[in-house]
Ligand binder design. Structure first.
Ligand SMILES: N[C@@H](CCC(=O)N[C@@H](CSC=O)C(=O)NCC(=O)O)C(=O)O
Length: 277
């Protein structure tokens, strides 16, 4: 059962926030959903948006300005939280890149983390079912995200052929097994056996032969995280070697922030809409 927390009219569509109990994550969760105009009369497709480190459902919903474009193109947009939440959920105080706000879209297997940190199952199983059961949407879905959420969008798509019509990402962490954020998260959630990490890494999945249809990656060239954490070129090389058609746009002068995302989210929604409608 979902409980409505708020509702606002924007570009003639409705922006909602809901809460619900997640059986997968074993805690209460919040997500936002935008319904474009006329959605009572027509089944629209769904774009899932996965946010980055430190985010809740709110950051993308209130900062990106996506609603103008979702209304224009007739796309329902769902933005979940980035981790399980609540007093009972394991966390590490004062660390923003692990625990709450940093679920990394994997299924944790390590002691105590495995009680709640199953974000991959939540995003690919529980949430889509919840959306289909509660909203008037078509069977078509696509996925996008930012940074940690860009990594999430890539792995959800690579691990589930056919589930998403198209996949895009802003500044994704493309090779988490080879960067400090990913190594910290994966050693915490998956343990020290690095052989097990590759199942959650987009570059490694591509090297193993996983495929993705319609892939668009966006990266700001003034992004402070590009060289040390994001390593976009590793994805470019992996896609080239496996003949995956990657549309990669570098943006001169743009950083890692929501100012950058809001500048190009319209282009991404228009791009997804051609595969969704
Ligand atoms: N607190 C950190 C920076 C955290 C940060 O930049 N978070 C990004 C996502 S980073 C990768 O997943 C974000 O989206 N923040 C939310 C926002 O509204 O901007 C630091 O101090 O460096």
């Amino acid at each position: 059962m979902i409980e409505k927390k708020s509702e606002n009219l924007i570009f003639n569509g409705q922006q909602f926030f809901y809460s619900h109990h997640s059986d997968t994550l074993n805690c209460d969760m919040e997500f936002s959903v935008y319904l474009p105009p006329q959605s009572k009369n027509k089944k629209y497709p769904v774009l899932y948006w996965l946010s980055g480190l430190t985010c809740t459902a709110e950051n993308f919903t209130t900062k990106s300005g996506f609603q103008r474009y979702a209304a224009d193109h007739g796309v329902i947009v769902v933005a979940p939280d980035t981790s399980p939440r609540g007093a009972q959920v394991k966390d590490i105080k004062d660390e923003w890149d692990i625990g709450c706000g940093a679920g990394f879209y994997v299924n944790a297997t390590t002691n105590e983390w495995d009680q709640h940190f199953k974000m991959y199952d939540y995003i690919t199983k529980e949430l889509p079912t919840l959306i289909k059961d509660n909203f008037n949407c078509s069977d078509k879905a696509s996925i996008s995200g930012h940074s940690m959420g860009g990594h999430g969008a890539l792995i959800c798509s690579l691990k589930n052929p056919g589930m998403y019509q198209s996949t895009s990402a802003f500044s994704p962490i493309v090779n988490p097994v080879n960067c400090p954020w990913g190594q910290k998260a994966f050693s915490t959630y998956l343990g020290e056996d690095i052989e097990l990490w590759s199942a959650w890494d987009s570059v490694e999945l591509i090297k193993q032969g996983h495929q993705v249809n319609h892939l668009f990656v966006d990266q700001g060239l003034a992004d402070n995280f590009l060289d040390n954490q994001l390593k976009t070129d590793a994805l470019k090389q992996a896609c080239e070697s496996k003949k995956i058609n990657l549309e990669l746009k570098y943006r001169q002068g743009y950083d890692h922030s929501y100012y950058y995302i809001s500048s190009f989210i319209g282009e991404h929604i228009k791009w997804h809409a051609q595969f969704l409608n």
